[in-house]
Design a protein around this ligand. Structure first.
Ligand SMILES: Cc1cc2nc3c(=O)[nH]c(=O)nc-3n(C[C@H](O)[C@H](O)[C@H](O)COP(=O)(O)OP(=O)(O)OC[C@H]3O[C@@H](n4cnc5c(N)ncnc54)[C@H](O)[C@@H]3O)c2cc1C
Ligand code: SF4
Length: 326
C-alpha cells in the first residue's frame, strides 16, 4: 500500500536552544517551518526522517522588529502572508512585498515562512516528481540515483534555486543570523548558498536560520518574476534590481537573479553603469551582462535559452524604470 507520508515523530520546541538540542539528539532530524516545501517532498518519497523539529512554537521567531542599526529584523518564522501585509515592509521595502505576494498561492503564503523560503530545496523536473515516476526513470544523482538526466556526463546537480525572496534580500544587502550547536553568527545572505544543486546550503548539521537583518537606508528596488502560470508558480526567472541615481544618471546598481542557477546570485560587473543614463546601447549591454551570468539548464519544461533572455529583459526593464523614478 502507498503511504501518504512516511512515519515520523513531530517535536515542538519552544526555544531555539531546545530546537537545536532535539535536532542534535536525532541524527536524521529535519527542521520544518510551514512545511509547504518539505512535506511535499516527503510525500514524494524524497527523504525519510524519523524526527521533524517544528519551528512554529518558538518565541520571537514570528516577529518583525526594529534592528539596533535602524533597520529591520525579520524573524525566520514570519509567514509570507504576514511579510507581505506588514505595514513597515509595504512602505519601506515595497520590493519585498511584491516578491512575497507572488509566492505560491494564498494558502501556502499563510503557512510558508521567510526562513523556509530562503532554505527552499532546489528544483528540477526530474526531481520534483512522485516516487514511482522517479523510480521508473532510475532516479537521479540528487536522490537515490547515479546519473544526472540534465547533464549525464557530469557529476554535478544543476537543480535550480527558485525562492522568490532571496534576490530582493540580496540587492538590499540583507544579512542572516544563524544559530547552531557551536553558537550564533551573522553573515551576508549570499554566504548561505553553496552553488551546488545537490547540497545547496552552507548550514552545518543542526544549524538553523533565526532572522534576517535588512539595513535602514536601502535604495529603491523592484522585483519581477516570469512563470508559466501567473496565478501560482515558481519563477522560471526572477530578477530584483536596486538603483540609486545622481540626477538622471545611475549612481549604484545591483541586480540579483533567482530561478535560473543553483543559487540566487548578485550579478557582477555592474560598476560599469555608474554615470550612465541607460541609453539604448547601455540597456543592451546590461541585458547582455545578465544573460551571460544566468545559466539555466534543462531543469524545467521551458527552454533555457528563453529563460536567459527573459532574465536579461526583466533586468533592463526594471533598471530603466527605477532610473526614471518609477
Ligand atoms: C504549489 C506550490 C507553489 C509554490 N510556489 C512558490 C513560488 O512561487 N515561489 C517560492 O518562492 N516558493 C514557492 N513554493 C514553495 C514554498 O511554499 C515557499 O517557498 C515557502 O516559503 C517555504 O516555506 P516553509 O516554511 O513552508 O518551508 P518548509 O517546507 O517548512 O521548509 C523548507 C526547507 O527549509 C528548511 N527550513 C525551514 N525553516 C528553516 C530555518 N529557519 N532554518 C533552517 N532551515 C529551515 C526545512 O528543513 C526544509 O528543508 C511553492 C510551493 C508549492 C507547494
Ligand atoms: S539537475 Fe540532474 S541531478 Fe539535479 S535534480 Fe535534475 S536530474 Fe537530478
Amino acid at each position: 500500500m502507498t503511504e501518504l507520508l512516511p512515519a515520523f515523530s513531530l517535536r515542538h520546541p519552544t526555544s531555539i536552544e531546545e530546537a537545536i538540542a532535539i535536532h542534535g539528539s536525532a541524527p536524521d532530524a529535519r527542521y520544518v517551518a510551514g512545511g509547504t516545501d518539505l512535506i511535499v517532498n516527503l510525500r514524494r518519497g524524497i527523504g525519510d526522517p524519523e524526527t521533524l523539529v517544528s519551528l512554529n512554537r518558538i518565541e520571537d521567531f514570528q516577529n518583525i522588529a526594529d534592528g539596533k542599526d535602524g533597520g529591520l529584523v525579520i524573524g525566520a518564522g514570519v509567514t509570507i502572508a504576514n511579510l507581505a501585509n506588514d505595514v513597515t515592509i509595504r512602505t519601506r521595502y515595497p520590493a519585498l512585498r511584491v516578491a512575497a505576494g507572488e509566492i505560491a498561492g494564498p494558502g501556502h503564503r499563510e503557512t510558508g515562512t521567510v526562513g523556509g523560503n530562503l532554505c527552499l530545496d532546489t528544483r528540477c523536473v526530474f526531481y520534483n516528481q512522485s516516487q514511482w515516476w522517479r523510480e521508473a526513470n532510475h532516479f537521479c544523482l540528487k536522490h537515490q540515483g547515479e546519473i544526472c538526466h540534465v547533464a549525464p556526463k557530469g557529476d554535478f546537480c544543476h537543480a535550480a534555486f527558485s525562492g522568490d525572496l532571496a534576490p530582493v534580500f540580496l540587492v538590499l544587502d540583507a544579512e542572516i543570523e544563524i544559530a547552531g550547536p557551536d553558537g550564533t553568527r551573522r553573515e551576508p545572505l549570499s554566504a548561505l548558498y553553496t552553488g551546488d544543486g545537490m547540497d545547496h546550503l552552507t548550514l552545518k548539521p543542526g544549524e538553523l536560520l533565526t532572522g534576517i537583518h535588512v539595513p535602514a537606508n536601502t535604495p529603491p528596488a523592484a522585483y519581477e518574476k516570469h512563470r508559466v502560470r501567473g496565478a501560482i508558480d515558481f519563477p522560471l526567472a526572477g530578477v530584483a534590481v536596486a538603483l540609486t541615481k545622481d540626477g538622471d544618471k545611475v549612481k549604484t546598481l545591483k541586480i540579483a537573479v533567482t530561478g535560473t542557477n543553483t543559487s540566487p546570485f548578485l550579478v557582477e560587473g555592474l560598476e560599469a553603469f555608474t554615470g550612465s543614463t541607460l541609453g539604448e546601447d547601455d540597456q543592451a549591454k546590461l541585458a547582455d551582462i545578465v544573460q551571460k551570468q544566468v545559466s539555466p539548464m534543462k531543469t524545467t519544461l521551458v527552454q533555457p535559452f528563453g529563460r536567459r533572455r527573459i532574465a536579461g529583459a526583466m533586468a533592463r526593464r526594471q533598471a530603466v524604470s527605477l532610473l526614471a523614478g518609477g
